[in-house]
Design a protein around this ligand. Structure first.
Ligand SMILES: *Cc1c(COP(=O)(O)O)cnc(C)c1O
Length: 394
């Protein structure tokens, strides 16, 4: 189809041309020279994105790899972790822990609401023997688009005097939703390259503070590949990759970090906030017709990176097919909202609005969705695009 395709799924996200062209180069020397020098500049800027003075370890791998990498450094078979879950990704991280022989205590808060901090605090207070070694908290659950209060979890840990590590999954949220690793008291944070960081899938990152480093130091053994200790030392470029570095990804990441640094994290967060609110304003008008609804009722509990929606009578799948087939706009499938085989699975879809995104792209996406809704004869309110434009107009 002529014109540009638009992939509006919650990861991989749209890649900037600057990232793509930075990656388009011949294979570099991995032992010394330009690549090794450039790679040393990545850590400080990654820490600026995560708002931490702590350490960062880089890996070749996707978000699932980041989950396992982080866990492998601080928990062992037989240990226990607490996992408050607000969608599929909380359960996914718990599943990774189970694969390592770790016991998981899961608090399931359903698919529409954030963590109930009082219940988490109760579970921590009940653990007087301090069996729980870590709390695994997904900041933004990409299936439900629920955004959780990570600073509130830290407060709950502190009120109960519980020593467990606070571990956050910011794979969807980093570089989109406000996140302050040090100010919020997060001990370990994991993220991936392909969402807010605007780089292809294939790299992941584990950030950790000195408290987490001391837990790592006390481990009887840690898998050689996942051990974060050598990886957090940029002087040992070759050792920390445990082999060949992800050469092209590193150049892409450098270009993406240049863009984030030039814009500034406050401005990046503000842009995502404005664009998310424009999307919700349009959704609220469409919802007046009674067929479409936003999954998370309270905007305070919604991510600025992804929005999960319901469109009844299986029309979510029909809408996705229409926008992709007719106007090259690809919307995200529903994830974790209904079991396989349940016809309700066709009632859910998601919009990714993370990373390399501006007002004209969002207005185009919303216009494309409106065209699809009209084509499917979905009842909708009037002037959804006007409502979105008003938010962008300020
Ligand atoms: C995308 C995502 C993951 C999984 O990342 P993969 O790269 O697909 O393995 C985990 N957690 C969250 C919150 C995500 O958004």
């Amino acid at each position: 189809m002529p014109g540009r395709d638009y992939l509006a799924i919650p990861g991989p996200s749209v890649m900037p041309d600057a990232v793509l062209s930075a990656m388009h180069r011949a294979a570099p020397n991995i032992y010394e020279g330009a690549l090794v020098d450039m790679a040393a500049t990545l850590g400080p800027d990654l820490r600026r994105v995560a708002r931490t003075q702590g350490h960062v370890a880089m890996y070749i791998g996707n978000g699932h790899a980041a989950w396992e990498a982080a866990l492998s450094n601080v928990v062992a078979s037989g240990d226990t972790v607490l996992v408050p879950a607000t969608g599929r990704f909380g359960h996914g991280w718990a599943d990774t822990a189970q694969g390592l022989g770790v016991q998981t205590e899961i608090l399931d808060f359903g698919k529409k609401d954030p963590f109930d901090l009082a219940r988490v605090e109760e579970a921590l207070a009940a653990d007087t023997a301090h069996r729980i070694k870590a709390v695994l908290a997904v900041h933004v659950d990409t299936s439900t688009s629920v955004r959780n209060d990570i600073a509130g979890l830290r407060a709950a840990l502190d009120r109960t005097g519980h020593p467990a590590l606070l571990m956050a999954d910011c794979i969807a949220s980093l570089g989109c939703d406000v996140f302050e690793m040090d100010a919020w008291g997060v001990d370990v944070m994991v993220t991936g390259s392909q969402k807010g960081l605007m780089v292809p899938p294939g790299m992941c990152f584990v950030f950790f503070n000195d408290k987490a480093a001391s837990v790592r130091a006390g481990m009887a053994q840690v898998s050689r590949y996942w051990d974060w200790t050598p990886r957090a030392n940029p002087e040992q470029f070759f050792q920390y990759w445990n082999g060949t570095a992800p050469t092209q990804h590193l150049y892409g990441l450098r270009a993406a970090l240049d863009m984030l640094m030039a814009e500034g994290m406050e401005a990046v967060w503000k842009r995502h906030d404005t664009l998310a609110r424009a999307i919700w304003a349009a959704c609220d008008v469409w919802a007046e017709g009674g067929a479409l609804s936003l999954n998370v009722a309270d905007p305070d509990n919604r991510s600025r990176a992804v929005t999960s929606l319901r469109l009844d009578q299986g029309r979510a799948t029909a809408l996705r097919r229409w926008t992709e087939g007719q106007i090259s706009l690809t919307l995200g499938i529903g994830l974790g909202m209904a079991e396989p085989g349940d016809p309700k699975r066709d009632d859910f879809f998601r919009l990714g609005h993370m990373g390399h995104l501006n007002g004209n792209m969002v207005m185009g996406m919303l216009g494309g969705i409106e065209a699809g809704l009209r084509s499917l004869d979905v009842p909708i309110g009037d002037n959804a695009l006007g409502a979105a434009a008003q938010v962008i107009a300020g």
